[in-house]
Design a binder for this molecule. Structure first.
Ligand SMILES: Nc1ncnc2c1ncn2[C@@H]1O[C@H](COP(=O)(O)OP(=O)(O)OP(=O)(O)O)[C@@H](O)[C@H]1O
Length: 260
């Protein structure tokens, strides 16, 4: 896909991140156009999560630049990047497990809600109106994820697959432009995985999202992604359409090397 300036949402230029002597991400340049669903794959320890951590402010890049909507976000605090329009899920699920399903989504809405802390503290009518609206919006999202019936269930009581879905629902509540999903299907069975991939493709359309999806398993991303980037030992070794990636000798070698 061509890289016209207006269409690019995320532009990463020669980003690196070192931990001691290890270059976990090494001079990676990539771009994502608005509306694309992009896969990020690579063997164990390739640097996928570290790249996500750079994109979401968990770590600043050691060098290089990261632009979201033409604005530099490299090194910004995570909450600021979230406000700029990038939301993520984590490889290890991070829900408020003692809270209900509904509360988990409402918290994310509150972080972005318009009603002021002042009206909340004084419990003005405006506060209750805002609260009702947030409950309604949270329920609407839960319906999309087939979690509305369990809205009053404590999050830790959900099945593993549903906890993963709830994480995505919560990320969506932040109203992101860019959604970063770190192995959203990890631990799911093949049917759950297929349903989730279809749901991800659907929410992209419905919410006008751009999505970057980390996945371990190449075959999973083949069906849904427009393009795929491949990392190996911190280096971007390939990018292209699913068919190009499937037939790329460097990619095959990287994956075979992992099995050896
Ligand atoms: N905070 C850290 N401190 C030191 N080393 C780190 C840190 N985070 C990641 N690494 C190292 O950086 C390399 C890349 O790790 P990363 O988790 O980004 O890979 P990954 O592609 O997401 O792997 P996986 O598919 O196994 O999750 C690994 O060698 C890892 O041990």
């Amino acid at each position: 896909m061509t890289q016209s300036k207006a269409a690019v949402l995320l532009d990463v230029k020669e980003a690196s991140r070192s931990f001691g002597g290890l270059k976990a991400v090494s001079d990676v340049s990539l771009h994502i156009n608005k509306g694309e669903l992009i896969g990020l794959i690579g063997p164990n320890g390739a640097g996928k999560t570290t790249l996500f951590n750079l994109l979401t402010g968990v770590y600043p890049p050691s060098s290089g630049s990261i632009l979201l909507n033409n604005e530099s976000i490299g090194g910004m605090k995570p909450y600021k990047i979230n406000h700029k329009g990038a939301a993520r899920t984590f490889q290890n699920i991070r829900l408020f497990t003692a809270m209900t399903v509904l509360e988990n989504v409402k918290i994310a809405f509150h972080q972005h809600a318009k009603h002021s802390l002042f009206s909340s503290m004084l419990r003005l009518p405006k506060h209750f109106k805002g609260e009702d609206e947030i409950t309604q919006k949270a329920m609407d999202i839960l319906k999309i994820f087939n979690l509305a019936d369990q809205s009053h269930e404590v999050a830790s009581n959900l099945s593993y697959g549903n906890q993963r879905r709830l994480e995505i629902a919560r990320a969506l509540a932040a109203g992101p432009k860019l959604l970063l999903l770190d192995e959203p299907a990890a631990g799911m069975n093949p049917n759950e995985t297929r349903d989730l991939m279809n749901l991800i493709a659907w929410i992209r359309e419905e919410f006008d999202l751009t999505i970057l999806l980390i996945e371990h398993d190449m075959s999973l991303v083949m069906g849904v992604c427009n393009r795929i980037y491949v990392l190996d030992r911190g280096i971007l070794i390939a990018d292209g359409t699913p068919v190009e990636i499937r037939n790329n000798p460097k990619v095959i070698e990287a994956y075979l090397g992992q099995e050896a």
